[in-house]
Design a protein around this ligand. Structure first.
Ligand code: NAD
Length: 380
């Protein structure tokens, strides 16, 4: 078990950067990840004498985030409205000892800089992996079956079956591959198996345990170009780090089968913004779908909002919400409280939640060098 050091002082400053829920959060208290509902921990922190600052204001030197980080002991952020904790901000954060990601994915924190200052970074591992895996399957289906243009046609009042059927296919018999076969990627493979794909592939520097591989009948391909060239559908399920930033770019897109579909619910910056746009517009990709953007909130003119393939479809983009279903929010709010509670009491953390600690990476999933792992790993 991993022991996380704690503070002896009772009054802490806990800063949380969350998204605004507006009237939806007032009407729906289960929207826990909002500035209004404060992960359900405001009273608990107050009763324990801690100061809890909650805001969505995160950009620029005068933002609440960039000002309050200078005195915060604990920072809570969420990937859905990321407070980007850069090396510069970490340098200015004199009291910061613990960063908790309410959700999964801590790439918005400069983990190398956190290591240098021995700041612990923890996330609520597994809290939304089913939520995302379901979204991936939905995104694959809506691209392969050309769903969005068909629905838009109905809303317009039109009815021209051939216009949408000419680019609609079955998932059965296709080759689907995941980049990353961790908690989410593996659950995607499990959920795809009943569709009777031609083959399920995975590209991951860590091989699955043999029994896990056999259970989903998946084959590991070690070379990225070789992997991409075999897939009809590619789904991205690895973390964003120095080894995956821009992994899908102009060069790697050339290895895709012409007309393949790409789904990315991992992190926007794993795919090059312009290269993806050009690939969809040229028909090299038949479509792109997902919920993650290279900057969030995405600017109004972000090309992924409106890209279309030559037949007018191929766009399944939505805001970052696959991992923030109400079910997931309950899990990551509870998990955030649990991490904080353990830390306040000086208790051991669940090792699966710890990303960096005591100046080093606790998980190989984020390790920048991404060297092949020796032996096999445990499937969680
Ligand atoms: P995980 O740690 O269980 O699995 C990640 C897998 O990626 C590991 O098996 C790791 O070996 C592999 N990997 C790392 N670098 C790789 C590389 N260069 N090439 C191939 N494989 C590589 O994580 P998870 O719970 O499955 O989550 C994966 C990612 O999904 C998160 O890091 C996060 O960015 C994203 N995510 C998105 C949402 C959302 O709402 N859209 C929610 C949760 C997580």
């Amino acid at each position: 078990m991993v022991k996380v050091c704690t503070l002896l002082v009772s009054l802490l400053v806990v800063l949380a950067i969350l998204y605004d829920g507006g009237s939806a959060a007032e009407q729906e208290p289960r929207l826990l990840g909002t500035t209004e509902n404060k992960l359900g921990i405001a009273n608990w922190l107050k009763e324990n004498g801690h100061e809890f600052i909650v805001s969505s204001d995160k950009e620029g030197p005068n933002s609440v985030f960039q000002k309050e980080i200078e005195t915060a002991d604990v920072l809570i952020t969420t990937p859905f409205h990321p407070g980007y904790l850069t090396a510069d901000l970490i340098e200015r954060a004199k009291n910061l000892k613990l960063c908790i990601t309410a959700g999964v994915g801590s790439d918005h924190i400069d983990l190398n800089a956190a290591n240098k200052k021995k700041i612990t970074v923890a996330e609520v591992s597994g809290s939304n992996v089913v939520s995302v895996a379901e979204h991936v399957v939905m995104s694959i289906l809506l691209l392969v079956r050309n769903f969005v243009p068909a629905h838009e046609m109905i809303e317009r009042g039109d009815w021209q079956v051939s216009q949408v059927a000419r680019n609609a296919f079955d998932l059965e018999g296709k080759v689907v591959g995941t980049i990353g076969a961790g908690r989410i990627g593996y659950r995607v493979l499990q959920r795809l198996l009943p569709f009777d794909p031609k083959e399920l592939l995975y590209y991951d520097y860590a091989p699955l345990p043999a029994n896990a591989e056999q259970a989903v009948k998946a084959r590991r391909v070690e070379d990225l170009a070789e992997f991409l060239s075999q897939c009809d559908v590619v789904t991205v399920n690895c973390p964003l780090h120095e080894g995956t930033r821009g992994l899908i770019n102009k060069e790697t897109l050339k290895h895709f089968k012409k007309g393949a579909w790409l789904v990315n619910t991992a992190r926007g910056a794993i795919c090059d913004r312009i290269a993806v746009k050009e690939a969809v517009e040229s028909g090299q990709l038949n479509g792109y779908s997902g919920d993650v953007w290279d900057v969030q909130p995405a600017p109004r003119d972000h090309p992924w909002r409106t890209i279309k393939n030559p037949l007018g479809g191929g766009n399944g983009m939505v805001p970052h919400y696959s991992g923030t279903t109400l079910d997931a929010q309950a899990r990551y709010a509870n998990g955030t409280k649990d991490i904080l509670d353990r830390w306040l009491k000086g208790e051991e953390q669940n090792p699966a939640n710890v990303i960096v600690i005591n100046g080093d990476y606790a998980t190989k999933a984020y390790h920048p060098t991404n060297l092949p792992l020796d032996g096999q790993r445990k499937q969680t």
